[in-house]
Design a protein around this ligand. Structure first.
Ligand code: PGA
Length: 250
């Protein structure tokens, strides 16, 4: 099956509204008419209205870096799916390793967020990946399978179509160390096999699995050019329109 690749920018806790607007205004002409891949920006919640407005009518989608699993309620500091949708967001990251590491997100929380995102018609990008000690101990496959199974608990094959997975080895995030294409492909195959086990071969075949972790213009082709790699989740190199464009057009 041929899967449309998704190239996504995770801006983390960077940019003011003015900087975000300037990015989109510079970026849109650079990717105008680019239909080979889907493009999505994930800014901080406070930037969402600005980015959605600036990207309106373009080929660039906008999403949240995190959502809460509750519809609404007394959850100080959190963003609900309804709030995201009301400002025009269509995608959300779930379970980014920085959320897991600094905000104690577990597979159980990731699973609850995934259910909420799907219920409300968002495109969820579920992030998984091993830390260095796990890779060095030969536990990568086990960790990835546990994270996939945890995230997907109670998800039916019928509901799973919108789900995107981002494989992000934690040791490659923000470090300049990238998994080799061979390492990434091997991990993606493990993940896809686990999805097939849980949800069936045809769901697994259609599911996009992105790679993330120090993706840069000079390694994007080697990674995204692999049939098994369905795009990229890009942090640092997504902050400037020219470098993110180079990755989009790998
Ligand atoms: P990086 O971040 O590209 O800066 O390594 C990727 C991510 O955290 O999604």
């Amino acid at each position: 099956m041929s899967r449309t690749k998704l190239i996504a920018a995770n801006w983390k806790m960077y940019k003011t509204p003015a900087e975000a607007k300037a990015f989109v205004e510079a970026f849109l002409p650079l990717v105008a008419g680019h239909t080979r891949d889907e493009i999505a920006l994930f800014p901080s919640p406070v930037l969402l209205p600005t980015v959605v407005e600036a990207a309106k009518g373009s080929n660039v989608a906008v999403g949240c870096q995190n959502i809460h699993f509750a519809e609404e309620g007394a959850y100080t500091g959190e963003t609900s799916v309804g709030q995201l949708k009301a400002v025009g967001g269509t995608h959300t990251l779930i379970g980014h390793s920085e959320r897991r590491q600094y905000f104690a997100e577990t597979d159980e929380i990731v699973n609850k967020k995934l259910h909420t995102a799907l219920k409300h018609g968002l495109i969820p990008v579920v992030c998984i990946g091993e830390v260095l000690a796990e890779r060095e101990a030969g536990k990568t496959a086990e960790v990835l399978k546990t994270q996939v199974a945890g995230a997907f608990a109670g998800i039916t094959p019928e509901a799973a179509a919108p789900i995107v997975i981002a494989y992000e080895p934690v040791w490659a995030i923000g470090t300049g160390k990238t998994a080799t294409p061979e390492m990434a492909v091997e991990a993606h195959q493990i993940i896809r096999a686990e999805v097939a086990k849980l949800l069936g071969a045809s769901v697994a075949d259609g599911m996009r699995i992105l790679y993330g972790g120090s993706v840069k213009p000079d390694n994007a082709t080697a990674l995204c050019g692999q049939e098994e790699i369905d795009g990229a989740l890009v942090g640092g190199a997504s902050l400037k329109p020219d470098s993110f464009t180079a990755i989009v057009k790998y």
